[in-house]
Design a protein around this ligand. Structure first.
Ligand SMILES: C[S@@+](CC[C@H](N)C(=O)[O-])C[C@H]1O[C@@H](n2cnc3c(N)ncnc32)[C@H](O)[C@@H]1O
Length: 342
């Protein structure tokens, strides 16, 4: 007889933003039970889509006792200090924003969730020569987790956007294997060929134009990464992602279009009603929140595989690991980290 598994698994969400990670996990069958988000606009959007859920405002003021017991904790912690898109030096996990990861770890230490899903820019892997990522691995390792990570690109998950993000799955040592969640055999049949059938190199998706050449609108068949931008016409996002018409007119993507390119349902970030104090800035608020979000289809893929891995294991009592030595040889775009007992 197979083990009886209680579904759905439950999730507490931190740095929830507009709930991209949550939406994907929900589509994978998880039940979201808790949000933590400091930005008032994002909180409006969260309560529009999850009207019955508590939203805690500030992770720095959150106590263990305020978090409901759940199977999984999910967190796309702030990326500003880790992002390669940032001009100038990156302060990494010492930064005011990305350093909030340490607040998350404080809560993990107190509550020991069975599994954790983290998402961030892939710059996390290279920040301070890899030392910041080592800090992430070490912190979770010391709390008794096995850890896997993989850089996933949204364009491989049904959305027209080049968006490379690192997904980290941590599972308590007796509760599952993150490698089963994130890693696949190297040469699956889905690997695409480099050239076409005539042996010529396939054109880049950025060079392929779609739309009506007579009247427009025209766009590149894939968008460059959508960043958190304002509605002012100065952003790097708008200089790379635009719509044009044969008569010479050019415009940036609308907030609805960036939502779709990110894989959200239409108007996900349109508040109903729009608050008076946000009306003038509504486009900026939407561009910014969508640019910060996790692509839900990627989160759904991770979630489905996580649910399978959890269902295979006993998700009962959580226990911490034992003393161990961290041994970090290389930090690559995907891997599994386990300590070597000494
Ligand atoms: C990268 S975004 C997360 C996006 C989210 N995963 C999604 O899919 O929409 C990081 C979020 O952390 C929030 N944040 C920053 N400081 C915070 C704090 N002290 N407490 C709670 N949330 C915070 C930001 O407002 C932002 O929405």
């Amino acid at each position: 007889m197979g083990k009886e598994v209680q579904l759905p698994f439950t999730v507490a969400s931190f740095f929830s933003g507009i709930g991209g990670l949550d939406l994907g996990l929900e589509r994978a069958g998880f039940e979201i039970c808790f949000h933590c988000e400091i930005n008032p606009f994002c909180r409006t959007i969260l309560s529009q889509h999850w009207p019955d859920l508590p939203i805690h405002h500030d992770i720095r003021k959150l106590d263990d006792a305020e978090i409901p017991e759940t199977d999984v904790w999910a967190a796309g912690f702030p990326c500003q200090d880790l992002s390669l898109a940032r001009m100038g030096p990156r302060s990494g996990l010492r930064g005011r924003q990305s350093g909030l990861f340490h607040e998350f770890v404080r809560l993990v230490r107190g509550c020991s969730p069975g599994a954790i899903v983290l998402e961030n820019v892939h710059g996390l892997l290279s920040s301070h020569g890899g030392r910041d990522f080592a800090i992430v691995l070490k912190a979770l390792d010391e709390l008794g987790y096995r850890i896997g990570w993989r850089v996933l690109n949204s364009k491989d998950f049904g959305v027209p956007q080049q968006r490379r993000r690192v997904y980290i799955v941590a599972m308590h040592k007796d509760r599952g294997d993150p490698a089963e969640v994130l890693l696949e055999p190297e040469c699956g049949s889905w690997n695409t060929k480099k050239g076409g059938s005539d042996g010529k190199k396939s054109p880049s998706l950025f060079q392929t134009i779609i739309g009506d050449p007579g009247n427009g609108p025209l766009v590149k068949s894939i968008a460059h990464c959508i960043y958190a931008e304002s509605a002012r016409h100065t952003g790097t996002d708008w200089s790379r992602n635009y719509v044009w018409y044969p008569d010479g007119r050019v415009r940036r993507f609308t907030p609805n279009e960036v939502e779709l390119v990110q894989g959200f349902p239409a108007n996900w970030t349109l508040p109903n009603p729009i608050k008076e104090n946000e009306a003038k800035r509504i486009d900026s608020l939407r561009y910014h929140a969508v640019g910060n979000a996790v692509t839900p289809t990627v989160a759904e893929w991770v979630g489905r595989r996580l649910a399978d891995a959890m269902a295979k294991h006993d998700c009962g009592n959580v226990s911490n690991g034992t003393g161990s030595r961290v041994d970090i040889d290389s930090l690559e775009t995907r891997g599994v980290f386990e300590t070597v007992e000494v």
